[in-house]
Design a protein around this ligand. Structure first.
Ligand SMILES: [Zn+2]
Length: 283
């Protein structure tokens, strides 16, 4: 299993015979709006270009996987155009199916067994309190191919007891987590803090891959901050902070036990999606 980091949350996940393009944001620098509202540093996004390795990696994609399509830093207009041009299937939670089908994409629901993978949709919470509600429900994915390390993509999230329980139950070999500690300059953080990432890492034995860094204006954590802290915590041997364009390879250490997959229903969008769209129109 390989993870090829492209930019921010966009990566190519090589698992089994598949090359899944995760959360494709393929626009140029500044192609999507700024997110930071107060406190300085506001600029259009993404703030950095795709790496030189991107075209060759994108060429390999066999399908697309999206954690939450209602946020433009996880699916942008350039990403949509690119998917349509190639006619690739887009695997999502049932939350995102209607909106993506309306956009003309071939959206399909991730279920255990899709593409020959063991899979679970793991709901995540994108912030705390009212901000968590405004950000809407998002979903992570646990994926496992025969003979390969399993991986849990948390999606944009803050740390919750539910997430820690899911990690304990599923025992993923690799966890991919967004580490930018995003904050609009108003309200609570909307991504894991470095402290939360340390807690998550110490709660399990998984290899950790941290992304969603140094590409979006409201993500203050730097790769250097994160590497320094993980070193101070003695966690360097199982934490990875790839540069854009860098690939990380994971080998299966032993034959894993079959995953304890849950099929519990996942939370649905409320009217916050409409509300946030109205606010975005006047900003
Ligand atoms: Zn994001």
């Amino acid at each position: 299993m390989k993870i090829h980091q492209l930019r921010n949350a966009t990566l190519l996940l090589e698992i089994g015979e598949h090359f899944l393009l995760v959360d494709p944001v393929l626009g140029d620098v500044g192609a999507i709006p700024a997110f930071k509202m107060r406190g300085g540093g506001r600029r259009r996004n993404p703030t950095v270009p795709l790496p030189p390795e991107a075209p060759a990696l994108l060429e390999k994609a066999t399908a697309v996987l999206i954690t939450h399509a209602h946020h433009v830093d996880h699916l942008d207009p350039a990403g949509i155009a690119w998917i349509k041009e190639r006619g690739l299937d887009v695997w999502v939670s049932p939350l995102d199916m209607p909106a993506l089908r309306k956009k003309g994409l071939n959206a399909k629901e991730v279920t255990d067994g899709f593409l020959g993978l063991r899979a679970e949709i793991v709901p995540a919470v994108h912030s705390t309190g009212i901000m968590g509600w405004l950000m809407g429900p998002v979903t992570g994915f646990y994926l496992s191919a025969p003979g390969e390390p399993s991986v849990y993509l948390t999606s944009d999230a803050v740390l919750t007891q539910n997430m820690l329980a899911a990690v304990k139950r599923l025992q993923p070999d690799v966890i991919v987590a967004p580490a930018g500690a995003a904050n609009f300059g108003i309200g609570p953080d909307i991504l894991f803090s470095i402290d939360e990432l340390v807690t998550l890492t110490k709660s399990c034995n998984a290899q950790m891959v941290f992304n969603h860094l140094e590409s979006i204006d409201h993500c203050p954590t730097t790769r250097t901050d994160l590497r320094d802290r993980m070193q101070a915590e003695g966690l360097t041997d199982r934490t990875h902070v790839p540069e854009d364009g860098e690939s990380v390879t994971f080998e299966a250490s032993s034959t894993p036990a079959p995953p304890n997959i849950s099929t519990a229903p996942i939370p649905r969008h409320g009217f916050q999606k409409w509300l946030v769209n109205q606010v975005a129109k006047v900003m």
